[in-house]
Design a binder for this molecule. Structure first.
Ligand SMILES: [Zn+2]
Length: 373
């Protein structure tokens, strides 16, 4: 298939008016089947990868329900998030093992929905003081042996783990875990020096920057300052319009550059659902409009109710150039979990997973494995 007339995302050149050829399930230099897709007036971008979301449409990855995971994969694909790396909450090891096994089974057996490319273990190696919406009863000290068991249970699908760098054993954990997965700092009270040490030992990511960590201040720059000073580190940013002020979104893109920001949705099960009360990792959350908070702590945000494609649009509305926003939601997340060889840009040889946005940045079509959905 030839996609014609659109502005095509090019990592180096920006948006370029050119044709994009798909051959079967891959992007190609030419197309043989004679089909065309008219993308006149549209932006043609790589399918997005969300490395930090919990659920949507009533389902949550942490439920361990295979049908729920399928519901999530189907919903995300319809929204142009063609690769998913769902995040598990803080749970007991039994339940984490169950969701890791479920992910491996899904990868093996599922025939529809977004491609499951990874699992993010956001819990349980976090700080009680910065647990946010995580269940404090189920937190666990950093434990590389447990992580290894979970990686094995997932058949190697675990790609990302979040850890609080100040917890006892965290530095040893990072030194071992970095050999297996991308290690992220988050839900942490770590100061600048502790975070710098963790980044020097091989951590390379920050989980939802600013949320569930000490603030960035002039005498105590914390994880934010350490991430900024560590050139290999990428930072997640929830761009739902609720978690981070627009000025801070702009400041982060300036400070880190568009190559180091990873947009995430951090979306909850009530994404795509009506207002109401919903279960969440052993707790309850209340959804009202675009805010989701803990039922017993109405000031604690529990996550977002915007999917990643919505976050790209929100970033653009906040003044981030569209090319930078797409880079942060397609290219950088794929690099962060080591799948950029196959996903995340529109070079020949990559998966033919493409989203088409109209001039108002509304999603017009999703092309998955070379077929228009
Ligand atoms: Zn979190």
């Amino acid at each position: 298939m030839r996609i014609t007339g659109g502005q095509v995302f090019d990592l180096k050149e920006g948006f370029v008016r050119r044709e994009l050829c798909l051959d079967g399930g891959s992007i190609a230099g030419a197309s043989a089947d004679g089909k065309t897709y008219d993308a006149k007036g549209c932006y043609v971008i790589p399918g997005l990868t969300d490395v930090h979301f919990h659920g949507c449409q009533g389902a949550d990855f942490s439920d361990g329900d295979p049908q729920g995971l399928q519901t999530m994969a189907d919903y995300e694909l319809r929204r142009g998030v063609t690769q998913i790396c769902p995040a598990g909450m803080t749970l007991l090891e039994d339940q984490l093992t169950k969701i890791c096994r479920m992910a491996a089974q899904h990868k093996k057996n599922s025939t529809s929905g977004a491609e499951l490319v990874g699992v993010h273990l956001e819990g349980p190696f976090l700080s009680y003081a910065k647990k946010g919406a995580q269940n404090g009863d189920w937190l666990h000290k950093p434990d590389a042996d447990m992580l290894k068991r979970l990686i094995d249970a997932s058949d190697g699908l675990v790609k990302l783990v979040t850890v609080a760098a100040e917890e006892p054993g965290a530095m040893e954990f990072i030194e071992r875990a970095r050999e297996w997965v991308t290690v992220s700092l988050g839900h942490t009270t770590a100061d600048y020096d502790t975070a710098m040490k963790a980044y020097e030992l091989g951590a390379s990511h920050a989980t939802h920057l600013f949320n569930a960590m000490p603030p960035f201040t002039h005498r105590a720059p914390g994880v934010v300052g350490a991430a900024a000073d560590s050139g290999h580190v990428r930072v997640e940013l929830i761009c739902d319009g609720v978690h981070i002020h627009p000025a801070v979104v702009r400041a982060v893109f300036k400070l880190f550059g568009a190559g180091r920001v990873v947009l995430i949705s951090d979306s909850l099960r009530c994404t795509g659902m009506p207002d109401g009360q919903y279960p969440f990792g052993g707790q309850e959350i209340v959804l009202k409009g675009n805010r989701a908070t803990l039922a017993h702590e109405p000031d604690t945000l529990a996550g977002s109710v915007t999917d990643l494609m919505g976050c790209v649009k929100t970033a653009a509305q906040f003044g981030i150039p569209l090319h930078d926003a797409v880079r942060a939601a397609a290219v950088n997340p794929a690099k962060a979990i080591g799948i950029f060889g196959r996903y995340g840009s529109l070079e020949p040889g990559k998966a033919a997973n493409v989203a088409v946005l109209d001039e108002n940045l509304e999603l017009k079509d999703v092309i998955f494995r070379g077929k228009v959905l």
